[in-house]
Design a protein around this ligand. Structure first.
Ligand code: ATP
Ligand code: MG
Length: 629
């Protein structure tokens, strides 16, 4: 079938199309209705059907490949490697589920997972899915304040964590940050279940904290049946980086998500049972949910969970894993490839990479240099794919499993089936023609697998995503894009203010809030500035309550260090601004909105752009002066 026909059916007859795709997973009870779109923009998929993510990821494969690898946990930090077959994974997930139940976790309740990249984190996610508990994984790089906000929003009955993670040969303690977060949070989880890796001392709160190894030992023989869930039950809540200060809890369903993942594994990632998939992301991000844990397992593949950096012990490490486990499909981010590009390519060439059939890259724009370099090194197709935490699976890509259409450098490709992608004029809402810049929007209903709502806040879901254009209710991606005459899309940047530091998503608002908590700061603007290595770095411009403190270079340096320390402590070192400049005023619109885009342009040596609404043009001069100093 041509991709064009496949796509057209998905848009014109979504019910017919998704009814077929839904056959890729197991249903305990058939659905009554493929799609209920009677209350737009909300969409309910597979209404009345009962299924379970854990069943489809694990139990389903026991009949045909119980002894085949399912989860391969590799840590180049602790030098450990462990393969769990589907049968072993099934056992471990049931043990974990029994532990959770023994701590009182019930269907529909939230379990927060704040863990490093260890097998137990995947057991925990799957165990939640099995018993119908709602997991919320928080990226391990976040520090106590970010974690506390998420605890208060998700209100978990149980938190899972560990003594520490490890990065670059150093232990990164988790437990003290978690304890501090729970102190800061209003909501108090009843229990904290802890995996002790023996990497860092663990302060212990009696009565609340529980040791996983001991509890697991009591449940070695546990048999925990799958809880069948209506397709629209909540599977998980995953927080976005939070441009507006308070992060949005992206809430996802069970049935639609399972179908979308099974479908994308077939048509986009082309994975087959028995093969190995390697996504280098982290379970704290959406890629970790969709394409480390659920997607590959639902497709019957072995999935690799990797703790470590791409360059330790050397830059050949990932390729040695590809060779050893005969990885067929790999998923990473452009930033990681740029890091590898700095190292000798012999480290890559040393290994037999003949199993590898394609490399998928997502998360940020894939520049042509990086793309061409890695394509020639690997000799396999490089498949850019564009999507968001909100959608859970690609919006733009080339679905090579349907038709092997060519890629185009710099473009993630064509709209993926199910997504009625449109480019619209930001202010008029009019459709853009070829080669005309607009905001990338999606006409509802969003396909299966996309967010159901903002957790606990339907109004915020509608308000944030669906109310941005006149005349018509469209989902806004908040990304600028352009489409060429052949229908290939190009992403031009974001309309909001999130920055991407070495693959980590950070809301500039969140960093600003953290900096503002320093006693001497009266106001601050944070922007993302292009960086050769990290993609972007945060740069802060702050107004002091007592400007005289920044009169000397010494004073400025001391304050800068203090501000950085505040961010480290509250949000984690990933969020630390590369520079903190002190200025007398900040460029704003007359309505008081910070002109972040103009600040960013100046930092990157570009023209400050449209300044018709600026209140005080002299403030731009201050930014330039601060940068020059
Ligand atoms: P928040 O929603 O809290 O503001 P975020 O948008 O950074 O955070 P994600 O959902 O992880 O968090 O990232 C999705 C965004 O990443 C997209 O909207 C887009 O800006 C960018 N992106 C993802 N993939 C690509 C790609 N292949 N090419 C270009 N940009 C991409
Ligand atoms: Mg976003």
């Amino acid at each position: 079938m041509s991709y064009s026909a496949f796509y057209q059916e998905s848009i014109q007859q979504p019910e017919v199309f998704w009814d077929k795709e839904a056959q890729l997973i197991d249903w305990h009870t058939p659905y009554r209705q493929v799609l209920d779109h009677s209350h737009p923009p909300f969409a309910k998929w597979f209404v009345g059907g009962e299924t379970n993510l854990c069943h489809n990821a694990v139990d389903r494969w026991l009949a045909t490949q119980a002894d085949k690898p399912a989860l391969i946990a590799i840590s180049t930090e602790t030098n450990t490697e462990k393969i769990y077959s589907f049968a072993e994974l099934h056992t471990e997930v049931q043990r974990m589920a029994a532990c959770m139940q023994s701590l009182g976790v019930k269907q529909g309740e939230r379990v927060l997972i704040y863990m490093p990249m260890i097998a137990e984190a995947a057991f925990a996610m799957l165990a939640c899915a099995r018993i119908g508990a709602v997991h919320s994984v928080v990226f391990g790089g976040f520090a106590s304040k970010s974690l506390a906000t998420r605890i208060d929003d998700a209100r978990p009955v149980l938190v899972l964590s560990a003594d520490a993670g490890m990065r670059g040969g150093k232990a990164v303690p988790y437990k003290p940050l978690l304890d501090e977060a729970i102190t800061l949070a209003e909501h108090k989880p009843q229990h904290v279940l802890l995996v002790n890796r023996g990497l860092a001392p663990m302060p212990w709160v009696a009565g609340r904290d529980v040791d996983y190894a001991s509890l697991r030992a009591q449940h070695l023989e546990a048999q925990v049946a799958v809880t069948w869930l209506e397709a629209n039950a909540i599977s998980y809540v995953l927080y976005t980086s939070g441009t507006t200060g308070k992060p949005k809890g992206v809430q996802r369903d069970v049935g639609g998500y399972a179908v979308a993942l099974a479908s994308s594994m077939k048509h986009i990632f082309c994975g087959n049972p028995g093969e190995t998939y390697f996504a280098t992301s982290d379970i704290g991000w959406v890629v970790g949910h969709s394409y480390i844990v659920y997607g590959p397992l639902i497709a019957g593949m072995a999935t690799i969970m990797y703790e470590g950096t791409p360059i330790r012990p050397d830059a050949g490490i990932w390729w040695s894993i590809v060779e050893k486990y005969k990885v067929t499909r790999m998923f990473s981010a452009p930033t990681a490839i740029r890091v590898l590009k700095k190292h000798p390519s012999e480290l890559m060439k040393k290994y037999d990479l003949s199993s590898l059939q394609a490399l998928y890259l997502a998360g940020e724009p894939l520049d042509e240099t990086t793309s061409s370099w890695i394509a020639s090194e690997l000799g396999v197709p490089i498949i850019d794919n564009y999507w968001q935490t909100e959608t859970g699976w690609p919006i733009l890509s080339i679905a090579r499993g349907v038709e092997s259409l060519p890629s185009r450098l710099g473009s993630p490709g064509l709209p993926v089936y199910g997504y009625h992608v449109q480019l619209v004029n930001e202010s008029t809402g009019a459709l853009c023609g070829a080669n005309e810049k607009g905001v990338l929007a999606i006409k509802g209903p969003l396909p299966p697998g996309c967010m159901q709502t903002v957790y606990g806040d339907d109004q915020r879901f509608v308000q944030t995503y669906w109310n941005n254009f006149p005349h018509e209710q469209l989902y806004s991606t908040f990304d600028w894009g352009i489409r060429d005459a052949d229908g290939y899309y190009f992403i031009l940047g974001r309309t909001d203010d999130v920055i991407n530091v070495a693959g980590h998503r950070l809301g500039t608002r969140e960093i600003e809030e953290s900096i503002s908590s320093h006693a001497q700061i009266s106001e601050v603007a944070v922007v993302g500035v292009e960086d050769q290595l990290k993609g972007q770095v945060a740069v802060a411009f702050a107004i002091l309550k007592h400007p005289e403190l920044a009169a000397t270079a010494e004073g400025r340096r001391a304050l800068e260090a203090e501000v950085m320390a505040v961010v480290d402590k509250q949000l984690g070192a990933v969020a630390r601004p590369a520079r903190v400049h002190f200025v007398g005023s900040l460029p704003k619109t007359r309505s008081g909105k910070l002109l972040r885009r103009s600040i960013q342009a100046i930092c990157e040596g570009r023209d400050a752009g449209d300044l018709t609404t600026i209140e005080d043009p002299a403030s731009l001069q201050q930014i330039r002066a601060a940068l020059a100093a």
